[in-house]
Write a protein of this length. Structure first.
Length: 133
């Protein structure tokens, strides 16, 4: 993984966002969180703040912990143009088979407007995002 320093950090009760010096944003959820549409919209507001800081679309690496669940509305909104307006590409790191299956379904069936890819490791995710960012 590219060594990079944190330029800015944003914290919500259920997720931390780190804007890294390499231009990648890391979002990491707390374990056992159930995401609702209101959470996704709150995260979108953080994404808009990051965009205002760097003035360009960014690549995001999302780390999915054990126990994360989301409502159908939250999952569907997450693939919309509005939810991805500031994102150039999205790498999703999963550590469980159920999350990989759900992630692949969302990527392949719900068809986000930005490139999404599922990974098992930060190193692979960062390598892919760095080739795009």
């Amino acid at each position: 993984m590219n060594e990079s320093e944190v330029l800015k950090e944003f914290n919500l009760d259920y997720c931390t966002f780190k804007l890294m010096s390499n231009g990648i944003v890391i979002s990491e959820f707390t374990p056992d969180i159930h995401l609702e549409l209101s959470h996704i919209k709150e995260m979108l507001a953080i994404g808009n703040k990051i965009y205002e800081i760097i003035h360009k679309k960014y690549a995001v690496c999302t780390i999915i912990p054990e126990g994360l669940t989301a409502t159908k509305e939250a999952r569907e909104f997450g693939t919309t143009k509005e939810a991805n307006q500031c994102i150039k590409a999205s790498a999703i790191i999963v550590n469980s088979l159920p999350h990989r299956i759900i992630g692949n379904f969302i990527v392949k069936v719900q068809k986000s407007i930005v490139p999404h890819k599922i990974f098992n490791s930060k190193e692979d995710a960062f390598a892919w995002l760095s080739s795009i960012a």
